[in-house]
Design a protein around this ligand. Structure first.
Ligand SMILES: [Zn+2]
Length: 101
């Protein structure tokens, strides 16, 4: 299995997994179980999307399509300081904690 995508939102990770499964790509997620370990506190976690090596190319195409659709919808923002992409629901950068501009 190879990692084709990393993200912080397990809900979004499941969405991507669903998109991949629709394309007959058997995707798996790791890191999901971290969520819920800190009850009551919104906690970012590191989720990886894994696919078999032979499906890597098609999986990346599916994810790129998804990311483009998201970017067009204007749901995410780029951090001024470190350039990381943040989800629309984040008020500070998940990576360096700079406030959203
Ligand atoms: Zn940042």
């Amino acid at each position: 299995m190879v990692c084709v995508h990393r993200l912080q939102d397990p809900i979004e990770a499941n969405l991507i997994r669903g998109l991949l499964m629709n394309e007959d790509i058997p995707a798996e997620l790791t890191g999901e179980s971290l969520v819920g370990a800190y009850s009551g506190i919104p906690k970012l976690c590191d989720v990886r999307v894994l696919v078999p090596e032979k499906h890597r190319g098609s999986a990346e195409a599916v994810i790129q399509r998804y990311e483009r659709a998201r970017a067009t919808a204007g749901h995410e923002w780029h951090c001024d300081q470190c350039g990381e992409v943040n989800d629309a629901s984040f008020e500070i950068c998940w990576s360096c904690e700079r406030a959203r501009s």
